[in-house]
Write a protein that binds this ligand. Structure first.
Ligand code: HEM
Ligand SMILES: *[C@@H]1O[C@H](CO)[C@@H](O)[C@H](O)[C@H]1NC(C)=O
Ligand SMILES: *[C@@H]1O[C@H](CO)[C@@H](O)[C@H](O)[C@H]1NC(C)=O
Ligand SMILES: *[C@@H]1O[C@H](CO)[C@@H](O)[C@H](O)[C@H]1NC(C)=O
Length: 264
């Protein structure tokens, strides 16, 4: 679940801003839930767990004091810590959106993209290529469905043949679209710089992962992170704080939701 919570935070922040928009269900005519966007549907996990966290917090605070957006930010950090990764201070005070943007949610980065496109998608939001690589290190944990890496597995040229053949046993060329494989081949439940070491061994699961180490401009950064976990952690922490500061609602904007799935 740690991986799923980390990804929820990314998919919240990268659509409009870190405002818990991603948590709203289709329960009002005005809400075209971001949960139904291509990158989110049958893909995002952890909504029930967020509800549980919210319930426990509201009980402890005798009411809705902590926003769902802040819950996602803290849960992402705590997940990384719990799985053996670094810790960082999370600035708080985000408030929750009363609207969603399904159309923007259709433009989350794609696992089929080439390096130049990934760089552009992050620079459009103010992130450097180095920050994009550091944030991608989140793929040191978690799972993916077969349909998102099948083409890379069967048609890709830059991959470790033995690892690919093992992955093919769980992701057939036809069918099994929803079969899950871990993003990191060796230690999917442990946060570390293993993702970067895997890229050097040509074990990236997605085309987009392997693009970060495929003879292009980000090879050096991958190489650095693979050898120096401290540099990766420092960059990852800073990039996570920056991501968490992307367009939050503050002051009198938005609200503190009573239920993370509904506007008040
Ligand atoms: C660089 C562009 C990125 C692309 C193209 C990408 C793509 C993907 C895809 C396709 C999946 C699998 C989804 C599924 O099975 O339905 C995934 C999973 C995941 N992504 Fe990314 N991602 C990117 C960046 C990030 C960032 C910045 C973070 C967090 C900081 C992140 C965290 C995760 C995690 C933790 C998982 C596993 C989730 C789970 O097991 O529930 N990703 N990503
Ligand atoms: C990423 O950038 C490409 C190239 O500019 C663009 O076509 C695509 O829509 C962008 N996608 C996202 C996820 O922003
Ligand atoms: C491999 O590429 C070919 C040609 O683009 C495509 O028809 C085929 O579906 C791909 N195979 C897989 C398993 O994605
Ligand atoms: C993957 O999908 C195929 C086809 O649906 C299925 O036969 C197979 O048992 C699945 N493999 C795993 C490991 O889940």
């Amino acid at each position: 679940m740690g991986a799923s919570l980390l990804r929820l935070f990314f998919h919240d922040c990268f659509v409009v801003g870190c405002d818990a928009g991603v948590l709203l269900d289709d329960n009002l005519p005005s809400i075209d839930s971001e949960k139904n966007a291509r990158s989110n549907r049958n893909s995002l996990r952890g909504f029930d767990l967020v509800d549980k966290i919210k319930g426990a917090l509201d009980k402890a605070c005798s009411g809705p004091v902590v926003s769902c957006a802040d819950i996602l930010a803290i849960a992402a950090r705590d997940s990384v810590v719990e799985l053996g990764g670094p810790s960082w201070l999370v600035p708080l005070g985000r408030r929750d959106a009363r609207t969603v943007d399904r159309a923007a949610a259709e433009f989350l980065p794609s696992p089929f993209s080439d390096l130049q496109v990934l760089i552009k998608n992050f620079s459009d939001k103010g992130f450097t290529a180095r920050e994009m690589v550091a944030l991608s290190g989140a793929h040191t944990i978690g799972m993916s469905r077969c349909l998102l890496f099948r083409n890379h597995l069967y048609n890709g040229t830059n991959l470790d043949v033995l690892v690919a053949s093992d992955r093919k046993s769980k992701c057939p060329s036809n069918g099994g679209d929803d079969n899950l494989s871990s993003l990191d081949y060796q230690s999917p439940n442990r946060f570390g710089n293993n993702y970067f070491q895997s890229l050097i061994k040509r074990r990236g699961l997605f085309h987009s992962d392997q693009e970060l180490f495929n003879g292009g401009s980000t090879d050096d950064i991958v190489m650095t992170y693979s050898k120096d976990i401290q540099t990766f952690y420092t960059d990852f922490q800073n990039a996570m704080v920056k991501m968490g500061n992307f367009n939050p609602l503050t002051g009198f904007k938005g609200e503190i939701r009573k239920n993370c799935r509904k506007v008040n």
